[in-house]
Design a protein around this ligand. Structure first.
Ligand code: SF4
Length: 73
C-alpha cells in the first residue's frame, strides 16, 4: 500500500511562547500574518508567509523565539 504524502513547501510560523519576550519584530516584518495582542505578544493568523520574509523575521527575532516550522496538513 502506498501512502499519499502532501508537502507544502512554504513553512509555517511557529512561536516559542516561553522564549518570546514580545519585541514585536515579527509583526513588523510579517504584518499580514502576525499581529500583536494588547500586551505586545504575537498572534499568528492570515495564512502562510512569504518564505524570504519569514527567514528575515526568524533572523531578526531578538529572543530567537520565532521559527519556521511545519504543521500537519
Ligand atoms: S520578534 Fe520574537 S520575541 Fe519579538 S514578539 Fe516576535 S517572536 Fe516574540
Amino acid at each position: 500500500m502506498t501512502a499519499a504524502v502532501t508537502r507544502n513547501p512554504i513553512p509555517a510560523i511557529v512561536i516559542d511562547r516561553i522564549a518570546c519576550t514580545g519585541h514585536g519584530v515579527c509583526a513588523a516584518v510579517l504584518p499580514d500574518q502576525v499581529s500583536l495582542d494588547e500586551w505586545g505578544y504575537p498572534v499568528v493568523g492570515g495564512g502562510r508567509p512569504d518564505p524570504e520574509l519569514l527567514t528575515a523575521a526568524v533572523r531578526l527575532c531578538p529572543a530567537r523565539a520565532l521559527l519556521a516550522g511545519r504543521t500537519a496538513p
